[in-house]
Write a protein that binds this ligand. Structure first.
Ligand code: SF4
Length: 277
């Protein structure tokens, strides 16, 4: 893993409207060591302009409390501050246990709170920051990606990402501490019978997305990332189909209440009322 340390000019990036309901994205790192094979960021400039392959490098953004605090204050003067952390990295990838960039940013946000904070991760390390998540009350949603309950699929599609059981345990712990949280079954990978029931034991809300609706290019990015071939290799071609999403939604709605089965961007729109911490 190629690791560099950088001092960013700013942490908050304007979303420009591409993430409905959010004014800013916050990426504590550039690059992502998890290197999921389906990651659409592989096809974005942040990856395309680097020589090294996505998943083999990470830039650590040096987080200083003072400058980030002033950034939050300036943002507040301009209007609502709803933050999506993170859109092109995982804020809890392995290096975070040593570098603590995400934790330092959370400490600053706990001091000067945004209107809403969305935390998207697939790492059990997120449970480390339960003490800070609590400070945000109902103005936070922690979203833990659990695309499947099949480790063979995890190893094929995202071998660098943490094991599924550890993610499930972390999500359970986060929920049990009263923090609004969901499982993101996104992108849906082939799963075993009873997966919705297993998730229901640890969370009351799921967000479902697939490689067509969810890649931001109507499936073209997923196609160019070789997903069709990977599903063939998994002997699960029937799962790589635009029709599959409806069946998955139906399976989850048999177990979860309909209003708690969110699809695509519904799963990350800021909320204040529909989940009680
Ligand atoms: S964890 Fe997220 S950002 Fe990182 S490689 Fe996987 S999909 Fe991409």
């Amino acid at each position: 893993m190629l690791v560099s340390h950088k001092t960013p000019r700013a942490f908050l990036n304007k979303t420009g409207g591409f993430l409905e309901g959010y004014e800013y994205t916050l990426n504590p790192y550039t690059g992502c060591a998890f290197g999921c094979k389906y990651c659409y960021v592989r096809k974005l400039p942040v990856s395309l302009f680097r020589k090294e392959e996505w998943g083999t490098w990470v830039d650590v953004k040096e987080a200083l409390n003072g400058p980030f605090l002033r950034e939050l204050e300036r943002a507040r003067k301009k209007g609502p501050v709803r933050i999506f952390m993170s859109s092109s990295t995982d804020p809890y990838q392995g290096i975070e246990s040593k570098e603590l960039v995400t934790r330092k940013l959370l400490e600053t946000m706990a001091e000067f709170q945004p209107d809403f904070l969305f935390v998207q991760t697939r790492s059990p390390l997120a449970a480390r920051d339960i003490d800070l998540f609590k400070v945000f009350g109902s103005r936070i949603l922690v979203s833990m990606t659990i695309e499947t309950d099949r480790e063979d699929m995890r190893k094929l599609f995202s071998p660098g990402a943490p094991p599924l059981k550890a993610r499930m345990n972390a999500l359970k712990e986060i929920k049990e501490n009263g923090i609004p949280a969901q499982a993101a079954v996104a992108p849906v990978l082939p799963f075993a019978d009873g997966f919705p029931d297993r998730l229901k034991q640890i969370t009351d809300r799921v967000c479902i997305d697939d490689l067509f609706l969810g890649d931001g290019a109507n499936g073209r990015r997923s196609e160019s990332l070789g997903m069709k071939e990977l599903f063939q290799k998994a002997e699960a071609e029937e799962w790589y189909s635009r029709n599959q999403l409806a069946q998955v939604i139906t399976a989850f709605e048999k177990v979860f209440s309909t209003e708690n089965v969110k699809v695509n961007k519904e799963g990350f729109i800021p909320f204040h009322k529909d989940i009680q911490p």
